[in-house]
Design a protein around this ligand. Structure first.
Ligand code: SAM
Length: 217
């Protein structure tokens, strides 16, 4: 039988063998990766593989991202308690839960109604009341709650929509995979003194961001 204790062991192993050796050093991020029960965010048939070093299917041809990518994006976003965060591409709700665990107030937007509803129920059941799930096209952000201190996009965009950049507060960070349908670079935008700087982080491979500011359906 697989028990809660086993999952704690799997999470610790994930941190020690996947995340730290690849350069994730922010202890707050590592602690969030330990505390958020990733096995609750995957379908029952994948529970045993929840902490393994790869993405997993979550239904509707979508995926929960690999733990390392979630950790790398979160570390790059330098989330502080009280930050207002926008998470584009809710999927399972796991990334939103990690942001909430770091003390952010989270708006997360998902275009697939079934995934959005499942994530809403899951996050409520697990006690992440600080996360609001919205169903819709987040490729141009979510103007209703802007500006944000952090925007994380976990689907691949052909370019960065100006609308997303316009929704960044002063000193805000945007992490977004940009490229073609098969290969992207994870980009980190930083707004400081009204100016935007951009830095390429890791190469990556995400499912497409579909919508007005992304790829056509
Ligand atoms: N962050 C998710 C998690 O923790 O499980 C994984 C995200 S999955 C790699 C990408 C998600 O982006 C999919 O669920 C997909 O339906 C969603 N998506 C794609 N285009 C979108 C859009 N324009 N607006 C909102 N969600 C979108």
């Amino acid at each position: 039988m697989v028990t809660t204790q086993h999952f704690e062991g799997f999470a610790r192993e994930m941190v020690e063998t996947q995340l730290r050796p690849r350069g994730i050093h922010d202890e707050r991020v590592l602690d969030a990766m330990l505390r958020v029960p990733r096995h609750e965010f995957v379908p029952p048939q994948f529970v045993a593989a929840a902490y393994a070093d790869h993405p997993l299917p979550i239904g509707e041809t979508e995926t929960i991202s690999q733990p390392y990518i979630v950790a790398a994006m979160t570390e790059a976003a330098r989330v502080s308690p009280g930050d207002k965060a926008l998470d584009v591409g809710t999927g399972s709700g796991y990334q939103a839960a990690i942001l909430a665990c770091l003390g952010a107030r989270v708006y997360t937007i998902e275009r697939n109604p079934r995934l959005a509803e499942e994530a809403r129920l899951r996050l409520a059941r697990l006690g992440y009341q600080i996360v609001e799930v919205i169903c819709g096209d987040g490729s141009e952000g979510l103007a209703a709650h802007a500006p944000y201190d952090v925007i994380m996009v976990s689907a691949a965009a052909p370019s960065v929509s100006p609308a997303l950049l316009n929704q960044l507060a002063e000193e805000a960070r945007l992490v977004v995979p940009v490229g073609d349908l098969y290969h992207q670079d994870l980009l980190l935008y930083f707004k400081h003194g009204g100016e935007m700087t951009v830095r390429a982080l890791d190469p990556c491979q995400f499912v497409p961001l579909i919508g007005r500011g992304g790829w056509p359906e």
